[in-house]
Design a protein around this ligand. Structure first.
Ligand SMILES: [Zn+2]
Length: 355
């Protein structure tokens, strides 16, 4: 199998554009540049008829550097398109957070976790007292064995006192008070959020039934792609998603969920951006490395930008470690990603055809 995974955003974009060819449906240029000085953009390709009433959106790069696997799935779909039912199209949204993708950051250019950015900024923002308490432990000023050991003690003490659920929310649920911190939701809509609205306006007008597969990586068992929803348990939309994806579908709003979950994710951006469509949106989360390794790499890279020196000699190593926990450079992992991606696309198309 030829390697569909690209080593950089620039390469991923070049291959996506080349494979899309006449199916390229639009580009949204980003105002900033990549580390190589190259252009950044969210690019759109379309398979199937314009004006189709059923559309499956497959998206990569919501969490920037997690984009390598979603981009590879998109390339696989362009190179070998699945059979489409009548009146159905696939819309490929490549690198919705191109800045994070190119710079190997999970966040956008303004340090925002895009999956925490879809809130109403005219209203009081969600509080996260757990994060407030743990902010300095999560991102210590210095990154040394001693500071990390002290931070670990603080985090474990919090977990012991408040329980696993509070710990997950505090450390990963999103926060709106620490602009340089982890899982920051921002102070206003990001460029990427505004681009989601434009994609809905420009490419989903007149759509009756829409599905979304938003591809992520870094959580769960190695090579396994887990379908995730944040729809209200038991709601008609959630019941429909369960009918399509089966018992593997996890609800991040369930009481026993290991996921922090959020009501401010990009799934909300699509359902709100094209409210005329009946939506069945999911996240598809691929497991990579053990959870502790992922968290450490994420914190370290975040520390580099908050307190360290992004031009230092240690920076490339920190970036490489982050890339590794989002996209292991191993053939068996990559093959599982592509096979599972195609499987989930098949389920979504079957589901759309049943409506
Ligand atoms: Zn993600």
């Amino acid at each position: 199998m030829d390697d569909l995974f690209s080593p950089t955003y620039a390469e991923a974009r070049k291959r996506f554009l080349a494979a899309a060819g006449a199916n390229l449906a639009g580009s949204y240029p980003h105002p900033l540049k990549g580390p190589d000085g190259g252009d950044l953009a969210t690019d759109i390709a379309r398979l199937g008829p314009t004006g189709a009433r059923r559309v499956l959106v497959v998206e990569s790069g919501t969490h920037g550097a997690e984009g390598f696997c979603g981009s590879a799935i998109q390339l696989a779909l362009l190179k070998s398109p699945p059979a489409l039912p009548d009146d159905t199209a696939i819309l490929l949204v490549h690198a919705i957070n191109p800045h994070g993708f190119a710079w190997i950051r999970r966040v956008t250019e303004d340090n925002v976790d895009l999956n925490r950015n879809f809130v109403d900024f005219s209203k009081p923002l969600p509080e996260n007292p757990g994060y407030d308490e743990l902010a300095d432990a999560l991102l210590p000023k210095t990154w040394t064995e001693a500071s990390l050991a002290a931070a670990r003690d603080t985090l474990e003490a919090y977990r012991a006192k408040h329980g696993e659920r509070a710990f997950v929310t505090g450390t990963g649920g999103g926060q709106y008070k620490h602009p340089r911190g982890l899982f920051f939701g921002g102070t206003k809509p990001t460029w990427s959020r505004e681009t989601v609205a434009k994609v809905c306006r420009d490419h989903l007008a007149g759509v009756a039934h829409a599905a979304l597969i938003d591809v992520h990586s870094g959580l769960g068992p190695y090579g396994y792609g887990e379908p995730l929803t944040a729809l209200a348990p038991g709601s008609p939309e959630e019941v429909r998603a369960r009918a399509w994806y089966g018992d593997e579908l996890r609800n991040t709003q369930a009481a026993n969920s290991a996921y922090a979950g959020t009501q401010a994710s990009i799934l909300v951006g699509y359902t709100g951006g094209a409210p005329w469509a009946a939506w069945t949106p999911i996240g598809l989360e691929y497991g990579t490395r053990p959870r502790e390794d992922v968290r450490r790499a994420l914190r370290h890279e975040h520390w580099l930008h908050a307190h360290g020196d992004a031009n230092s000699s240690e920076a490339p190593k920190i970036k490489a470690a982050l890339k590794d926990v989002f996209c292991p450079d191993e053939p068996e992992w990559k093959q599982k990603v592509i096979e599972r991606g195609r499987e989930m696309v098949g389920k979504a198309l079957k589901g759309l055809a049943s409506l």
